[in-house]
Design a protein around this ligand. Structure first.
Ligand SMILES: Cc1ncc(COP(=O)(O)O)c(C=O)c1O
Length: 385
């Protein structure tokens, strides 16, 4: 013990700063700026879904559901996976409903990564990967994606693989870059993992937000499936991120391990919500129409931003758009994002915070999951700069 009343701890997660999402949203509130920083919609969700959850609550569906999730929901997801990706998964053994994709990712990493094993992540990386790896004593190995295309440089990935590599975390469509993998990437991944014990965690929460009529290449549809864990989020599809529901799909032998962590972590997920999701997913347009919906939003936002001094490549997937500001300022992205919020009234996310190493791409991430009115007001301010 030290002199203080606190017992000495060795933090499992070294990071101490507040997350950039809280910082930027706090700044947006303080300065009454339009908040395009955090990734959540600001429009209403389906009234039918809300009424369905309320109905199930009134009917008494208020107790624990099975830890793997409602069988009917798992079955409907297995059907969807078969139809969209041609993969036959066993709904009883290969799907688990989780408290959002974050918990699916956490459970998978904790179950499968051991002390000192290495996990390759692509930076900029979604912020839950590194802490999840650190909690179980694993070592994150960052491979940087660089502008303007933010493609995976497979030669570099190859050079970072060692005898300790346990997992590669892929994210397609990618937050924050808005890129998607193609067949060539899939072939490279196959070649790199062939004959190894490397697992692939494929974070596909934006599977239904692939734009310009491109197709989502899911690891579920590939012959890599036997070494894969794929994670999904209902929140991203149904515009209800606050409901924190998602699911994980993996072959039986991997799911057995993931399930052990899940069972003793959350046990089961919100019952009335799962009933309502089961009904809602009967109608496939409820998830397939999400891409055309966001296509309109992206196109609208970009048509307005054409008049600005920001430069951009249209995002291929997700509801995020990267914007380069090198024509406007020499500042670091963190400084510029702060000033943009305080002086110009629009909050965004500086992408350097998603990299472990210093990075000066001069890129900001804007979320376009907003009403047209919000997008119009934000673009008007951004075009004045
Ligand atoms: C790439 C990525 N993975 C996972 C998640 C987490 O999803 P959920 O809100 O369902 O936990 C997000 C949310 O922003 C994300 O962008």
């Amino acid at each position: 013990m030290t002199n203080s009343t606190h017992i000495k701890l060795q933090p499992k997660i070294p990071k101490t700063q507040e997350s950039i999402f809280s910082v930027m949203s706090g700044l947006a509130r303080q300065h009454e700026a339009i908040n395009l920083s955090q990734g959540f919609p600001n429009f209403p969700i389906s009234q039918e879904l809300i009424e369905s959850v309320s109905r199930y609550m009134r009917q008494g569906y208020n107790q624990y559901s099975p830890a793997k999730g409602l069988p009917a929901l798992r079955e409907i997801l297995a059907d969807k996976i078969m139809r969209l990706y041609g993969r036959k998964v066993n709904p009883n053994q290969e799907i688990t409903i989780t408290a959002g994709a974050t918990q699916a990712i956490f459970s998978a990493i904790v179950a499968l990564v051991r002390q000192e094993e290495e996990v390759i992540i692509f930076e900029p990386a979604y912020d839950s990967y590194v802490p999840s790896i650190q909690v179980c004593g694993g070592v994150p190995i960052g491979v940087q994606l660089k502008g303007p295309d933010y493609k995976i440089r497979w030669e570099e990935v190859k050079s970072r693989i060692s005898s300790k590599t346990r997992m590669i975390i892929l994210n397609t469509p990618h937050n924050p870059c808005g890129t998607i993998i193609d067949e060539k990437d899939m072939e490279e991944l196959k070649a790199i993992t062939k004959g190894t014990d490397i697992l692939v965690l494929s974070d596909e929460v934006y599977e239904h937000i692939v734009l310009d009529e491109k197709k989502h290449l899911s690891l579920l549809g590939s012959d890599l499936f036997e070494r894969c864990v794929c994670t999904y989020s209902f929140g991203k599809v149904l515009h209800n991120t606050g409901w924190k529901t998602g699911y994980v799909v993996a072959p039986d032998y991997l799911m057995k391990e993931i399930y052990k962590v899940h069972e003793y972590n959350v046990f089961s997920v919100n019952t009335p919500v799962q009933h309502a999701l089961t009904d809602f997913y009967q109608n496939e347009s409820n998830y397939l129409e999400v891409a055309p919906f966001y296509q309109k939003k992206r196109d609208y936002f970009l048509s307005l931003m054409k008049e600005s001094r920001f430069t951009f490549t249209p995002t291929q997937g997700t509801y995020f758009q990267l914007m380069n500001y090198q024509n406007i300022s020499e500042e670091s992205d963190v400084e510029f994002a702060r000033r943009l919020t305080i002086e110009h009234g629009v909050a965004s996310i500086p992408i350097s915070v998603f990299y472990a190493q210093p990075n000066d791409e001069k890129m900001l991430r804007f979320c376009f999951a907003k009403t047209d009115e919000t997008l119009q007001k934000a673009a008007e301010k951004l075009c004045k700069i």
